[in-house]
Design a protein around this ligand. Sequence first.
Ligand code: 5GP
Length: 113
Amino acid sequence: MTEPSIFTRILQGDIPGEIVAETERVFAIKDIAPQAPVHLLVIPKTPYRDVAELAAGDPSLLAEVVQVAKDLAAEHADGDYRLLFNSGAGAGQTVFHVHAHVLAGGLGEKSLV
Ligand code: 5GP
């Protein structure tokens, strides 16, 4: 059996983490090293490796991740948000349990791309 990811351990209460939202299939935490005024992670409880595996394996779960992200951006900021998935180590993914970065709260008008 593979080791539970750091996010699963936070969900289970084994290590500390501030859970800001939870549904039957998804939870969200504050990122430990925020890169924006609001930086949350929305995480499916089923540990798909990355967003492509999630999309292929359970499209409705990916849709739920997006919906939770949208709701959190409205709750924690003005409703505008940037949604980011790093996929693969070469793209900066460090935790191989899919998670959406929700960045919000005064990002400015200029986007990353
Ligand atoms: P990735 O680099 O895989 O796209 O994103 C992983 C994110 O998880 C990083 O932004 C990192 O700051 C965050 N992170 C890593 N370990 C912990 C932790 O123990 N608690 C919380 N809340 N966030 C974490």
